[in-house]
Design a protein around this ligand. Structure first.
Ligand SMILES: Nc1ncnc2c1ncn2[C@@H]1O[C@H](COP(=O)(O)OP(=O)(O)OP(=O)(O)O)[C@@H](O)[C@H]1O
Ligand code: SF4
Ligand SMILES: [Mg+2]
Length: 354
């Protein structure tokens, strides 16, 4: 059996820049901004891949492209070896049942007028029409048990009667009821109380281990992501700028941006002190600029960075020092035969940054 559940190849997506009313009147073509820029990555069965990056870097857009709620301009999304960008109708519906998404806000993602039983059952009405009542009950109860909720206590309640953590568990149960193979969790804990965030992360880990479910875990929280993630992608302006085994990337970050992100985490680890690195506070450019996209913020730029764009390449030095802790398989598809656990970096000068 192929170990790869999701394989994204050279994905691109642009959105129109907001044009003024005068442009509209003159029927002027609106400019486009590339939000997803040639992204490629893979997720294995039972892997948690962390997707991190600043606000606006394109994380949710990637989630929407995988869910097929928007279409890419180009590129492929292979789910279980089938390019889902080409699917329509029944075939698309079938795939959708295998990929589920959990949103950030458990308050607005659950219909306040529905009881928990009906909320968890709802996907079955769309994807498993004709199920007998007894089977529906079995599906719903089993999903609620998997997220450590007692079905008898909860099925007749409304969302407002639950805590934030319980609501997010219900969101997970609703996703699980269709027995998905991949769950996209878009900042699933950021609106929860700090005290219950750990429980939801533990739940993801349990579902990975017991159900072999894969996760694309979108988060700003690098510090806690190391406890659940196997691999990590750091996104900047729609490009992957660093990627690899989560411990490699967090404990030996190579890109100036990743290093600045990690340096900003208070007391992440004592060992991180020597990675501390600063970035410039220059305004962001929103144009489709030539050269490195990070140049306006980078203190290490050279002439080369202005004129050409760095490619995502393997850090050769780390190839020989692969940690054994993870079952990594995330690697850009342009290098399908590279060994697992490679550390990828997009920077001309990373080796000279100390
Ligand atoms: N439908 C759209 N039309 C135009 N621009 C869009 C659209 N959707 C997203 N964008 C733009 O694409 C960029 C990426 O947005 P996205 O929501 O993917 O970011 P994100 O990384 O998820 O950010 P956050 O961490 O704040 O959730 C942003 O600049 C956003 O304004
Ligand atoms: S390529 Fe140049 S500008 Fe870009 S991050 Fe590296 S040093 Fe900085
Ligand atoms: Mg987002």
């Amino acid at each position: 059996m192929n170990d790869i559940i999701l394989n994204i190849v050279d994905l691109n997506k642009s959105f129109p820049l907001h044009s003024g009313i005068s442009d509209l009147i003159r029927f002027k073509k609106s400019k486009k901004i590339k939000v997803i820029d040639n992204i490629s990555f893979k997720i294995s069965r039972g892997e948690i891949l962390v997707l991190a990056g600043e606000s606006g870097s394109g994380k949710t857009t990637i989630a929407k492209l995988i869910m097929r709620s928007i279409n890419p301009d180009s590129g492929s999304i292979f789910f279980d070896n089938i390019d889902i960008t080409k699917l329509k109708g029944k075939d698309l519906l079938k795939t959708r049942s295998k990929i589920q998404i959990i949103f950030q806000d458990p308050y607005s993602s659950l219909d306040p007028r529905m009881k928990i039983f009906d909320i968890v059952k709802e996907p079955l009405d769309v994807h498993k029409k004709g199920l007998k009542k007894i089977d529906i009950k079995e599906y719903v109860f089993s999903a609620l048990k998997k997220v450590n909720l007692n079905p008898d206590d909860i099925i007749s309640k409304f969302p407002h009667m639950l805590s934030g953590g319980q609501r997010q568990r219900v969101s997970f149960a609703r996703a699980l009821v269709l027995k998905p193979r991949l769950i996209i969790a878009d900042e699933p804990v950021s609106m929860l109380d700090v005290s219950i965030r750990g429980q939801i992360l533990e739940l993801m880990k349990k579902l990975k281990q017991e159900e072999n479910i894969s996760f694309l875990y979108i988060t700003h929280d690098l510090a806690t992501s190391q406890y659940v993630g196997d691999n990590i992608i750091i996104l900047y302006k729609g490009q992957i700028i660093e990627q690899g085994n989560i411990k490699q990337v967090l404990y030996k970050p190579l890109h100036p941006y990743t290093r600045a992100l990690i340096a900003a985490i208070p007391k992440f680890t004592k060992d991180q002190a020597h990675h501390e690195i600063k970035i410039k506070n220059d305004p962001e450019s929103i144009s489709n600029q030539v050269g490195c996209k990070f140049i306006n913020k980078c203190l290490y730029s050279t002439e080369k960075c202005k004129n050409s764009e760095p490619l995502l390449t393997i850090d050769e030095e780390e190839e020989t020092h692969i940690p054994s802790s993870s079952s990594s398989s995330s690697s850009p598809s342009s290098t399908p035969h590279e060994p697992h656990n490679s550390h990828f970096i997009r920077c001309f000068n990373y080796e000279s940054i100390s």
